[in-house]
Design a protein around this ligand. Sequence first.
Ligand SMILES: Nc1ncnc2c1ncn2[C@@H]1O[C@H](COP(=O)(O)OP(=O)(O)OP(=O)(O)O)[C@@H](O)[C@H]1O
Length: 262
Amino acid sequence: MNGPVLQARGLCYRPETGVSLVEEVGIDLAAGERLAIIGPNGAGKTTLLRMLCGMLRPSRGTVSLEGQRLDRLSMAERARRIAVVGQSDQPDPRLSVLDYVGLGRIPHASLHGQADERDIVVDALGQTGLLPLQARAMGSLSGGERQRAQLARAIAQRPTVLFLDEPTNHLDPRARGELLEFVARLGIAVVTVLHDLPLVAPFATHVAVMDKARLRALGSPVETLTPALVREVFSIDVLRFPHPEERDRELTVFDVPIRLSR
Ligand SMILES: Nc1ncnc2c1ncn2[C@@H]1O[C@H](COP(=O)(O)OP(=O)(O)OP(=O)(O)O)[C@@H](O)[C@H]1O
């Protein structure tokens, strides 16, 4: 399809009591595009993500999935087309990794044969490197392994749009890059909250910069991660240098000052 797979118009969220947490956000995402939502703590990133994936009803505005209003789709239809890996997901610690990843197939259960279902689950385990751990209990996994299992469950869902909230939490630096590379290779539309600024440009095709409940900028990484905007929103400097060994690469340094008095 040519139009956006995910479209948001005039999204606002204001709890019954209190100030607005998200104001007037509009977003278009086409198939295969990857949107990183960045911004300081408390800027409204997770609130925006939760509205985009249908977990939170906007106070105003609409979200559409492949041209259909999200709030008019049945729960089953949403579950077939949207997968979410949230920050506070608490997988049942007694489930085996295999059974947990298999939960991703529940929305599709009546549509395929048992053998196909099992192949899809095994494929998701294989893609995330979890085949050797498939018999382990979820409660016995390390933070990084659990993160991968959650991603495997989401992949097994075969969604149109994948939503991730800080997916690189709990992962070491190398694993962070590998996870995002893997997600990018899926080729589907992805929306992720990301705190790892150095990984934003290599991963995302689009960046939404949230600050104080508002969309401060929306565009490509080059358009949005400018030194002026990064300084204004995050209060840190961003510096770019030619890579000393690879001629076509630039190194970007986010200069986070830790000044200890002696
Ligand atoms: N239901 C709610 N009622 C009142 N305030 C809320 C509610 N949900 C979130 N907040 C507040 O709204 C602000 C934005 O929260 P949100 O989780 O969207 O921020 P965030 O940008 O994802 O932050 P972080 O980077 O710290 O995870 C925070 O100050 C949070 O405490």
